[in-house]
Unconditional design. Structure first.
Length: 198
């Protein structure tokens, strides 16, 4: 399979790219590095990505810039970071990518437990995660040619200890659990699902 991994220069993306490239052709996409650097906040940049990759079988997104900070100082400017990055960036990967993906291909987006269990300073990410989950369920009933779409929704991951203090009591998701959540989406038969790898 030809698999595009968007966010391949980040913690999750690097791990998944290394895991999947043992069996498949992996195209690594980062905002400033990778095989095809792409700014997911730009529809022109996303269109250019797919023109360069050509037809593909699966797209995984672990990209999701959002704002982390106290509620009382948040403004429209900060809140739009998650809307334009994690939300519309991933939505546009699907809206544009559907015209390039092979029949029976799949999209897997990244969301997170913050959609159901918000924590302090992460209101922007909670909003984006909830919207992504609704988008996945809606897109699943309209995508054609057997194309599937799911989202993987981890809590804090073990490889990001800098975030542990924000998630008191949460057991970090291992990278192996995370990988198998994405495997379930890419190689399984489900669509419109929010996969929780814990």
């Amino acid at each position: 399979m030809k698999i595009i991994i968007v966010g391949a220069t980040g913690t999750m993306g690097k791990y998944l790219a290394t895991a999947f490239e043992k069996e498949h052709e992996v195209i690594r996409v980062g905002s400033k590095a990778g095989d095809i650097p792409t700014d997911i906040t730009s529809t022109e940049s996303i269109e250019n990505l797919f023109k360069q990759t050509g037809p593909f079988d699966a797209l995984i997104s672990t990209a999701g810039p959002s704002y982390v900070g106290p509620w009382k100082t948040m403004t429209d400017k900060e809140f739009r970071r998650g809307i334009e990055g994690k939300l519309m960036g991933q939505v546009n990967l699907v809206l544009i990518g559907q015209h390039y993906i092979n029949p029976k291909g799949s999209f897997t987006l990244i969301t997170g437990a913050l959609a159901q269990e918000p924590v302090l300073h992460f209101a922007n990410a909670s909003m984006a995660n909830g919207a992504i989950e609704a988008f996945v369920r809606a897109a699943a009933i309209e995508l054609e040619n057997g194309i599937r779409i799911n989202a993987v929704s981890p809590t804090v991951i073990e490889a990001s200890p800098q975030y542990f203090p924000f998630f008191p009591g949460d057991i970090p998701v291992t990278m192996r659990q995370l990988e198998y959540g994405f495997r379930k989406s890419v190689f399984g038969a489900n669509t419109g699902q929010i996969i929780k790898p814990y």
